[in-house]
Design a protein around this ligand. Sequence first.
Ligand code: NAP
Ligand code: MG
Length: 486
Amino acid sequence: MNKENSINNFNWSYATALESSDHIKLQERYELFINGKFVKPLSKKYYETQNPASGKKIANIALAGELDVNAAVNGARQAYNKTWKKMPAKERAVYLFRIARMIQERAREFAVIESLDTGKPIRESRDFDIPLAANHFFYYAGWADKLDYAFPNRKVNSLGVVGQIIPWNFPLLMAAWKIAPALACGNTVVLKPAETTPLTALKLAEIIRDCGLPPGVVNIITGFGQTGAALVNHPDVNKIAFTGSTEVGKLIQHATAGTNKKLSLELGGKAAHIVFADAAINQAVEGIVNGIFFNQGHVCCAGSRLFVQETIADELISKLKFRMESLLVGDPMDKNTDIGAINNKVQLDKINEFIKTGIAEGIEVHQSSCDLPKKGLYCKPTLFIGVAQSNRLVQEEIFGPVLTIQTFRTIEEVIEKANNTNYGLSAGVWTDKGAKILQLSAKLKAGVVWANTYNKFDPASPFGGFKESGFGREGGVHGLIPYLNF
Ligand code: NAP
Ligand code: MG
């Protein structure tokens, strides 16, 4: 039996272990959360959110128009002036703490709904998204009454009303990254989730209502890009915090230029994942798999450009192919699933277009031999081997389970190649030598550099980019800065 066959004949079938969704109560229709209440949209419009794994409709969602955005901003302004601005910081902390506890109590419900709406494997929403979201609220609850210690000898003040716009890849987690520091710093919030993944933000709105947070301190308005644009352009918003594509980030930067609005942007990425010959190779393979196939590659900091030192390239690529065969692609609700559904059709078409172009250009391609489910939006984990530095696959963000592989000989060469990108969000390094890690973490132009691990997150650790990956940090003490006046 040749090596290729031995890989493909491996039998990795597991009995399905479906997460139950019986305990989940979803409404037919969701309204806007403004001033502490769920209210019908003045626009009178609704749209559908769907399950990307089945194509089935989950619920109707209110579509906020300009008048609705105005109502939400006014609600946030009133709440800021009348209650939140004046409330002692330690009381603000109590609410954040309560929100964290209530997310924990409802963690299972949140995990199931997150997987239904996004297509991400239940194991990920259960073990990563939801616990980390709760932890962000716990963490910033701790800072609320210690801002003077965070910034000694400086007088800090809240900004006022903050508009926050988030993407579809980590819906609850991104809502937590945005809301928790904003409230800890004494601001009020209008949050707009992504069009395709509004459900967990609306469930969070239930918690916000039930925890007794004063009405209007957090408002959640669902809708499309125009809803986000109306929030950005509203004259009574003091700050915009945006996570999403570089393209929309640039539009927002244009829209806020020349105004008094503060801005922070968390945008795209094209992370270099670098493996030296002296690395622990099996662990590196796990790190690579985690870096690019985690959450279907819908990760701004995905390790999407692999650089392998030439002497170990053949061995590493062969181990990577072998490992890919054991990845289970399929039903997000199955606890065995490693790679779930692509969140939406537009994104799947975009990924497939990149794959088609790479194949047409004659680049060596490898996909795992798994069968994809007949229904739903899925993509096979894919490698492009020996890609030129100038190729689109290397330069542009694909935002899917697609990895490009290049080789290098020297540390200088790999630093130059890794930094040759418009992005600068994250990077990964695998080596046995601490000196190399220190040298690379100083020279790589990336907000986060992981060493001998990948995609590790902690609320105490700041995250954010260089260059076209944006500016401002989320997490840690640094994550307070975008929400304060100094
Ligand atoms: P996107 O198209 O930029 O959308 C992000 C959010 O902005 C959505 O809520 C979207 O609403 C809204 N929006 C669209 N057009 C707008 C406009 N003109 N004005 C104001 N808001 C507008 O990004 P996406 O496709 O959802 O997410 C994928 C991108 O996000 C990737 O590029 C990824 O790298 C990036 N990302 C970055 C980070 C980070 O921390 N750096 C984290 C996660 C994702 P609709 O949903 O209705 O379009
Ligand atoms: Mg959806």
